[in-house]
Design a protein around this ligand. Sequence first.
Ligand SMILES: Cc1ncc(COP(=O)(O)O)c(C=O)c1O
Length: 397
Amino acid sequence: MAIAKHTHIAIFGTSLIRKMFNEGTRLKKEFGADNVYDFSLGNPNVLPPVEFTEAVIKIMKKKIPYKHAYMTNGGYAETREYVANFLTDEQGVELRKEDIIMTCGAGAALNLLFQAILNVGDNVVVSIPNFVVYKTYVENFGGVLKTVPCQENFNLDLEAMEAALNKDTAAVIINSPNNPSGVIYPESQIKDLSVMLERKSRELNRQIYLVSDEPYRQIVFDGVEVPPILSNYSNSILVSSYSKSLSIPGERIGWAAIHPDAEDADLIMQAMIMSTTGMGFTNAPALMQRAIVEVNGITVDPEVYRKKRDLLSSPLKEMGYDFILPHGTFYLFIKAPGGDDIEFAQLLQDENILSVPGSGFNMPGYFRLSYCVEDNVIINSIPGFKRAIKKVLAKVS
Ligand SMILES: Cc1ncc(COP(=O)(O)O)c(C=O)c1O
């Protein structure tokens, strides 16, 4: 085999989402795009806010020396300052521009971070269901991703998490609002988690970092708020991007923010900044860094997603699909009727509906629907969902 072993494993690990993506392409060719209902990828269909487009045009028209040139690897001082101020307000902890690094999305931020903090054999603990690519991000640097069960409502199971921590644990990673469950961990959980991590760090004589991956923080509805992390746990690092909040995942712009009181905060930042060149991305896109300062906190309207959630979830609930209505993200994570997620995803596929089985998120028995699609896709898919659940109900009765 010519391909490296770790690459082979990584490809296998993400194969469920890839398989669905490829199936979608095949089905669209066979039946026409309008007759395929693709809920597989979290690729927002909503356009970026007009303020974003205007900002990009304005910057492009403006004469700025070295506008498209290399820059300091951590990003423009002005952009880092902007993010630091924004997060100071949001998190209730004073951040300086030196605590921020601009990155090519949250994915690059996590890679840079794990490169900075992981020794070979260290582990990173995460609650299921989890974003599948974490495993690759961690394994890229010789680490091991340890998954732990969650509560039935997808909240953290802190006992299970505590049991998984050991002397090789470098970090715990949380993702709230969560992909795929949509759950938002309440502040009481974040506080309990912080107390537990402080206790375990003392017991194990190793400072365990809390990494909070938050690309969906702005996509929330029903008046629910996402609690701050930095003010609850000082050994913490935030990672996010504008992929979802501005609907620009292809533009690759995000950041990491290190709590100034985190262990070795300055060293981690130095290591991350230094690694950008070695990793091959050198710096976050110049145009995007300027644009997000101009856009100044404006986001896509989460209400658009709330309406799509209701458009999809109401008929599904009526048909007997079993799920917890999420207050954030653009995902529904649903119990697979009949219990087998792979089998049920196939039944949906027979209806030209593409989903991702929960096995792709380390949680078999569920399937994920990404409803960041046109309303028509949702409306036209409903009869197919009905036929699929009917087939399973007919089998069991
Ligand atoms: C939970 C989570 N983390 C990280 C990412 C990576 O996002 P990006 O690199 O586009 O910021 C995604 C993308 O879907 C995600 O769902």
